[in-house]
Design a protein around this ligand. Structure first.
Ligand code: HEM
Length: 252
């Protein structure tokens, strides 16, 4: 991915400029090389704009889009503003990124470490009594619920205890390798965790539950793939961090 920034200083009618970009954006929306785009207006100097476009690569932008069939239509809309461009360059994102304190983490929203411990205690009580998934956990370490609570807490934005104290992703992966988890087992695992979330009173607002269940769908489908005989997933990776996605926390 590469991020293109285009800085404009628009001398005349800024409403017309925004309308022109509104029309030009249709071509970006169709471009397979474009991941997303956003036009922002400067608060202090309203004639100044920055357009941010994320492209799959500089080559995809310069060869794929610029030399492709969508570019003439795009350019026709914004041609009057070409002379207003002050900067037009590609930037590589760095590791410095994240959300600030204005958005609570899913970990905080859920109720912190104690909420995840209540959740997994309840969940594994259901799991071990279950005929579909129970046999997989027959020799489970008694501390397993606590370890999975640490994992979930870290994934959802809590402290990095699973990484620091338990071996992180590599350790979690090692527990799934060769387990040959089936789809009915995966589905039961997800259903029991959703039931446990209700039982222990995890927040049930739509935004939290959509993000929570989104991670469970993603993680359990990976667990199936990684657990099949002969699977060769990456042995080292960071613990994933899961956020709110498209539905931010409801603060109404
Ligand atoms: C989001 C999905 C999942 C997450 C986050 C997860 C997390 C974990 C973690 C962190 C461990 C290692 C705990 C430790 O440090 O000792 C573990 C082990 C294990 N997981 Fe998962 N898991 C997921 C999905 C599944 C599914 C779908 C199954 C099977 C239906 C499964 C079966 C197991 C088993 C059998 C172990 C070893 C338990 C033991 O004997 O101690 N996991 N899991």
């Amino acid at each position: 991915m590469t991020v293109e920034y285009i800085r404009y200083r628009v001398p005349g009618d800024t409403a017309e400029f925004e309308q022109a970009y509104g029309r030009a954006a249709r071509f970006l929306a169709l471009a397979p090389q474009c991941a997303d785009y956003e036009l922002s207006r400067c608060t202090e100097e309203p004639g100044t704009y920055i357009l941010r476009i994320t492209w799959s690569s500089p080559e995809d932008h310069l060869k794929g889009f610029r030399q492709g069939e969508l570019f003439p239509g795009f350019l026709a809309e914004i041609r009057p503003y070409v002379t207003a461009v002050e900067e037009m360059r590609h930037y590589e994102p760095t590791a410095v990124r994240g959300t600030g304190g204005a958005v609570p983490s899913l970990y905080e929203w859920a109720g912190g470490a104690e909420a995840f411990e209540r959740l997994t205690e309840r969940f594994y009580a259901k799991v071990t009594a279950d005929d579909v998934v129970g046999p997989l956990f027959a020799h489970m370490d008694p501390a397993h619920p606590k370890f999975v609570a640490m994992w979930l807490a870290e994934v959802f934005g809590g402290p990095s205890r699973y990484t620091d104290e338990r071996g992180g992703y590599a350790h979690m992966l090692a527990h799934h390798l060769g387990k040959a988890i089936t789809e009915p087992q995966r589905r039961r695992w997800v259903n029991l965790l959703a039931d446990a979330a209700d039982d222990v009173g995890l927040p049930d607002d739509p935004e939290f539950r959509a993000a929570f269940m989104g991670y469970l769908e993603w993680g359990t489908r990976l667990a199936i793939a990684n657990s099949q005989p002969g699977a060769n997933p990456p042995r080292e990776a960071p613990v994933p961090h899961w956020g709110w996605g498209v539905a931010p926390p409801y603060l109404g």
